[in-house]
Design a protein around this ligand. Structure first.
Ligand code: ADP
Ligand code: MG
Length: 224
C-alpha cells in the first residue's frame, strides 16, 4: 500500500491563539519505505504522524492509502482500518498495566474479534526476545522489554505500516539501540513501511529517506 499525503495542514485555536502546527505537508510513502522525521520539540512531528495514521483529522488536505481517503469515512470505519493496516508505537509504551505481556500483544485482535495466531505470536516473541516474559505484567518488565511488547502488539494484526513516535525517547541508549535495530530488521524482513519520529540523529540516519520538520514545515533531506 502507498500513502499519498496531499497538502495537509493542522491549525489549532483562533485569532491570537492560532497555531499552525502543520503547514501544507506533501509526501509520498511507498510500501517498504523506512522514513525518519526529526526536528525540534513543538515543530509538528506528532501532529503529522497522527494525521497520517488517522489518529487525528487535518484542517486541510487529505491522506490517501492507495485510493482510499482515510479521513472521509465514518469513525468506526477509520478505527477498523487503523487496527488492521497500521501499527502504532508510542514513546510511553501505552501498555495496559493490569494485562500480561501476552494479553497486551493480543489486544488489537481481541478488539477485532479475530483469532490469535499462536504460531505468529511465538515467532514475534522469539524475535523480540520476549519468549520467557509473556506472562509478566508491564511493571515486571524493563523499559526496553515493555517497548518490545508494544512492538509485538503493533505487529500482531500484520499491518502494512508501522508508525513510531519517538520509540526510544524513554529508554537508555543501549535498550534504545536494541529496539531500533529490531524495528529496522522487522521492516526489512517483512517489507513493512516504517515511519519513525526521532530526536536522535543516529536513528534518523538509519532510515532510507530522512525528513525534517521546522515550525510545521516538512522537508525531505536530499542524500548526497
Ligand atoms: P512535536 O511532536 O514536534 O513536538 P506537536 O505536533 O506535538 O510537535 O505540536 C506542534 C504544535 O502544535 C505545538 O506548538 C503544540 O503546542 C501545538 N499543539 C499540539 N496539539 C495541540 C492541541 N491539541 N491544541 C492546541 N495546540 C496543540
Ligand atoms: Mg511529539
Amino acid at each position: 500500500m502507498n500513502i499519498y499525503v496531499n497538502g495537509i495542514s493542522k491549525i489549532y485555536g483562533e485569532k491570537e491563539n492560532r497555531v499552525v502546527a502543520l503547514d501544507q505537508a506533501f509526501m509520498t510513502i511507498h510500501q517498504g519505505d523506512f522514513i525518519s522525521i526529526s526536528g525540534p520539540s513543538g515543530s509538528g512531528k506528532s501532529t503529522l504522524l497522527h494525521i497520517i495514521s488517522g489518529l487525528d483529522q487535518p484542517t486541510q488536505g487529505s491522506v490517501l492509502y492507495d485510493e482510499t481517503d482515510i479521513h472521509k469515512g465514518s469513525d468506526k470505519m477509520l478505527s477498523a482500518f487503523r487496527r488492521r493496516k497500521i501499527g502504532f508505537i508510542f514513546q510511553q509504551f501505552n501498555l495496559l498495566p493490569v494485562l500480561t505481556a501476552r494479553e497486551n500483544i493480543m489486544m488489537p485482535l481481541l478488539l477485532d474479534r479475530k483469532q490469535a495466531d499462536e504460531e505468529y505470536l511465538r515467532e514475534l516473541a522469539d524475535f523480540l526476545g520476549l519468549k520467557d516474559r509473556l506472562s509478566h505484567l508491564p511493571h515486571e518488565l524493563s523499559g526496553g522489554q515493555q517497548q518490545r511488547v508494544a512492538i509485538a502488539r503493533a505487529l500482531i494484526a500484520m499491518p502494512d505500516i508501522i508508525c513510531a513516535d519517538e520509540p526510544t525517547g524513554n529508554l537508555d541508549s543501549k535498550s534504545g539501540s536494541e529496539v531500533m535495530q529490531m524495528l529496522c530488521d522487522i521492516q526489512k524482513k517483512m517489507n513493512k513501511t516504517l515511519v519513525v519520529i526521532t530526536h536522535d540523529s543516529r536513528i534518523a540516519r538509519m532510515a532510507d529517506r530522512q525528513f525534517t520538520m521546522t515550525d510545521g514545515v516538512l522537508a525531505e533531506v536530499n542524500r548526497s
